[in-house]
Design a protein around this ligand. Structure first.
Ligand code: DGJ
Length: 748
């Protein structure tokens, strides 16, 4: 039983083999005793709580003036309570009061993990995989009832938390903050790690020591954003990739978010996350309730790598779902960088024919297939095929692609609209915009009001028709602008504070309907590259386009950063043409593939332009990926060398039974007279023996002695990077070099 309840001391111990999360009730309020490595169960841990008086603190009651909520590690801090930090819950009562008293009422434990209303979340496939604790709190005066949910998983070092808020009173209440959870740690000796960036350079790893005050990440763009991923980690300063304590927090949400670490004067840290309260207010009529998104908190005693592998496993297996969750992903070719908007059926077929001949399995038709879409000034919203470009329609094209032995995939951007389309002219009220103010364009397009169910119905009808009309196996769902002038023209004044969140609920609803209608289709999410690469999206689309930057060198940082919180199987990664379209860099076809292998893999180029030598190389790459994609996409991923730390990068993936691994090493710039290098591998069976071969290098050239080595040697002494094939430490080979090693267990 992973949840132990000690009724007398009102202590709740959630645990599995790796972690413990302990909550107790103190002075009537749930407080955190401990979250970290598994500890033995005890009847009570109450002695760890110090509710003694401190100067200038506001007391919890007349009877207990010495006890202040400011100094209790509250599981659900609320406004107007004497707790002086940012509240998790803030509500305005009918009389304007923000004062409340959310007191513990009782608990319930249920097997498994019930779904969250209207929101994506992690799940348990069987009731014995997880257990869920509910703690009920209520404010007597207003009738505000709060249900804190905690799930502990049998097999993952993670706790999932969320909150449901209900108005059980007689008058309306307005929620002004409904964050998902608060996590309190007893000291602030941590570095905070964030994934930050911008368009085409998403999820750079930034690490800074915590300092007194509030620090954090957020989005006010209506999507989780290229700028700040809804993820942070707190790592002990000494924590490395494979050692030391790390906490990871990831919000399963795709809209405006905020995630903060608040260090107080007593050196405690409170991590709070959820919907960004800026621009949010949600009136709850009597009887109504509000479900806040889920946050997943991971504890790792084995460094950042341990944290990442927990996220990879949980998100890959118990957040992603459907037909494609456990299946190796098809190798695709996408026409975007090959043609942009300039194509017709014959051109597409020529690319597809060339790709089919190389063994590529799926042809994806990107932007530009619909009416009035010869550039990015028009066309979004009507979703009618352009029969001038595609005379046999999507169905005819799909059939011709299928006849080549390939699957067919299609790009859509449902949430957007361009002026000049029928939908824009007929339904101006469906556009997010305040008619009294200037319109705020971005990429010449506007955002549909997804908070309006009529818009969701319209989009479902149009897209269901298009997708259902042809043999489509894959959908790329793009979203190319942030929300700006957010005003719903069809909602009353008092509901305008709902729009950002209701927008995302509308997106989720459309995703739900389309994925349920087409369960065989593989969905890939995208938002101008990685602008909505978050756990919320993974529940609908098991993979996401990681970035619009396809340059192999840039991708090292982007994929390395993304891997902190998301599985390799979720990262869309393609080989594109050179000079690269984003940075104009020329890298070898080998290096481009060696980087793109560590993701879902595909090509984003005009295959008809490849030279005969390049075609041979691509054919080999495709065959290699088919052989190893299961290992790459579903193996255990280890980061070995950070591209943020210097000129090199390395990572590897190991099969579950440790019998096979792939190691990739990348060196960005050539170093003259370079030092000899070894790289310590990870995750292997120390006692086993392995044969290491380098891709593209004959075995006898790679190691003239044909040795096998122990897992212990590879992990402790390291893999020697001396390049026997050229007799050097592989300098002299020029810039942008990559090497790929296959590590296979041998029976001796
Ligand atoms: C942005 C995406 O990230 C690209 O891959 C491409 O689909 C374009 N949009 C099309 O407009």
């Amino acid at each position: 039983m992973p949840i132990r309840v000690h009724a007398e001391s009102q202590t709740f111990h959630l645990y599995n083999n790796e972690i413990s999360y302990i909550v107790t009730v103190c002075a009537g309020y749930p407080v955190n005793v401990y979250f970290g490595k598994r500890v033995p169960d005890e009847e009570s841990y109450g002695y760890l709580l110090h509710d003694t008086w401190r100067a200038s603190s506001v007391g919890v009651s007349v009877e207990r003036e010495a006890c202040s909520l400011e100094h209790l590690p509250l599981e659900c801090p609320f406004a107007g309570s004497g707790d002086m930090r940012t509240p998790m819950i803030e509500a305005v009562a009918a009389n304007g009061s923000r004062v409340m008293d959310l007191v513990y009422q009782g608990h319930e434990v249920v097997p498994g993990k019930p779904a969250l209303e209207g929101l994506p979340a992690t799940y348990a496939e069987r009731d014995d995989e997880a257990e869920t604790l509910y703690l009920d709190l209520a404010d007597r005066a207003t009738g505000l009832a709060v249900r804190l949910a905690y799930t502990v998983f049998e097999n993952y070092a993670a706790v999932a938390r969320s909150v449901r808020i209900e108005n059980r009173g007689a008058e309306a209440l307005t929620l002004e903050a409904a964050r998902s959870a608060s996590f309190q740690l007893p000291d602030a000796g941590y570095d905070m790690i964030e994934l930050v960036g911008s368009w085409a350079r998403e999820r750079s790893v930034v690490r800074n020591p915590l300092h007194p005050g509030v620090q954090g990440v957020y989005s006010l763009r209506g999507h989780s954003s290229h700028q700040f991923n809804p993820f942070i980690a707190l790592a002990r300063p000494e924590a490395t990739e494979e050692a030391g304590e790390v906490y990871g927090f990831n919000l399963v949400y795709s809209g405006n978010h905020a995630m903060t670490a608040d260090v107080d004067a007593y050196d405690t840290v409170r991590v709070m996350t959820g919907i960004n309260p800026q621009g949010f207010s949600w009136e709850l009529a009597p009887g109504e309730r509000f479900q806040a998104p889920e946050v997943v908190a991971v504890y790792s005693a084995r460094g950042l790598g341990g944290m990442s592998r927990t996220f990879h496993g949980l998100f890959g297996r118990r957040l992603a779902r459907g037909t494609w969750r456990d299946r190796p992903r098809p190798i695709l070719i996408n026409n975007w960088e090959a043609t942009y908007f300039d194509f017709d059926e014959e051109k597409l077929l020529s690319v597809a024919r060339a790709a089919a001949d190389l063994g590529i399995e799926l042809f994806v038709l990107d932007d530009g297939w619909f009416t009035n879409r010869d550039d990015d000034f028009g066309g979004l919203g009507d979703w009618e095929v352009n029969t001038t470009k595609l005379p046999s329609g999507i169905s005819g094209l799909a059939k011709r692609i299928n006849d080549l032995g390939m699957e067919f995939g299609l790009w859509i951007e449902p949430e957007m609209v361009n002026p000049g389309t029928k939908v824009f002219e007929e339904h101006p009220e469906w556009v997010l915009h305040d008619p009294a103010q200037p319109m705020r364009p971005c990429r010449h397009q506007y955002v549909l009001d997804m908070s309006n169910p009529a818009v969701v119905d319209y989009l479902y009808d149009r897209l269901e028709k298009v997708i259902g009309s042809a043999n489509i196996s894959y959908i790329k769902w793009d979203m190319n602008r942030s929300l700006g002038d957010v005003f719903s023209q069809t909602r009353p004044a008092h509901e305008q504070g709902r729009v950002y969140h209701a927008f995302i609920l509308g997106v989720y609803e459309l995703y739900r309907r389309l994925t349920e209608r087409f369960p065989q289709i593989l969905f890939e999410s995208c938002a101008g590259g990685g602008g909505r690469f978050d756990a919320g999206m993974l529940a609908f689309a098991p993979q996401a386009w990681t970035s619009d930057d396809t340059d192999a060198v840039e991708r090292l940082k982007i994929q390395y950063g993304t891997s902190l919180a998301y599985p390799v199987s979720s990262m869309g990664s393609h080989v594109s043409a050179v000079p690269n379209h984003q940075v104009h860099r020329v890298t070898s076809l080998k290096m481009r593939a060696d980087v793109a292998y560590f993701g879902t893999f595909g090509y984003e180029l005009d295959a008809t332009h490849l030279t005969p030598e390049e075609r041979d190389e691509v054919r080999e790459q495709v065959a290699f990926m088919k052989r190893y994609r299961e290992l790459i996409q579903f193996g255990s991923f280890y980061r070995l060398k950070s591209p943020f730390a210097g000129n090199e990068c390395a990572w590897m993936t190991v099969s579950e039974d440790c019998s096979e691994a792939l190691v990739a090493y990348y060196r960005v710039l050539q170093v003259v007279n370079a030092p000899y290098r070894r790289i310590k591998l990870a995750g292997l069976d120390a006692a086993a023996r392995y044969r290491v071969t380098e891709q593209g290098v004959a075995a006898e050239d790679a190691d003239p002695c044909g040795r096998t080595v122990s897992g212990a040697e590879l992990m402790q002494i390291g893999l020697d990077l001396f390049d026997h094939s050229c007799g050097q430490n592989h300098d002299g080979q020029g810039d942008f070099r990559s090497r790929l090693f296959v590590v296979e267990r041998v029976e001796e």
